[in-house]
Design a protein around this ligand. Structure first.
Ligand code: CO
Length: 134
């Protein structure tokens, strides 16, 4: 059911330092910081040949990654995002398998203007999973 790896999201306390690490040290192509106030994050997109890395820094007091950075002050992998062809079919199949969908279970428009869902990390071996409609 799941398709391509769309991105790996890494929460960081210092976006310019993380951007320099990926750009200058690792030699990747990095975007300018993109504030996404609706999602409570500022994002730097790291373009790799086969996928993307998204460096996330909290934006605003209600940022959804604030608690994660309190528990992981030097940063860390926050979630992985897999593409699915039909997000409603994917959700219904996962619920039937007993997986927990976060929030009210309805897809929301995500950071790429496509419908997304998040799945409970306890049902997926400690990893927060984002599903994005391809
Ligand atoms: Co994401």
């Amino acid at each position: 059911m799941i398709g391509r790896l769309n991105h790996v999201a890494i929460a960081v306390p210092d976006l310019s330092a993380a951007s320099a690490t990926y750009g200058a040290v690792l030699g990747a192509r990095v975007s300018a910081p993109v504030p996404q106030p609706a999602h409570g994050v500022t994002v730097v997109f790291v373009e790799l040949p086969n996928t993307k890395i998204e460096l996330l820094q909290p934006l605003g007091d209600a940022s959804p990654i604030k608690g994660f950075l309190e528990r992981n002050p030097s940063g860390g992998i926050h979630h992985v995002c897999y593409e699915v062809d039909d997000i409603y079919a994917a959700r219904d199949r996962l619920k039937a398998e007993g997986a927990r969908v976060l929030g009210d279970g309805e897809p929301k428009i995500g950071a790429h203007d496509k419908p997304v869902l998040f799945l409970h990390p306890k049902d997926f071996h400690g990893t927060l999973i984002e599903l994005e409609q391809a």
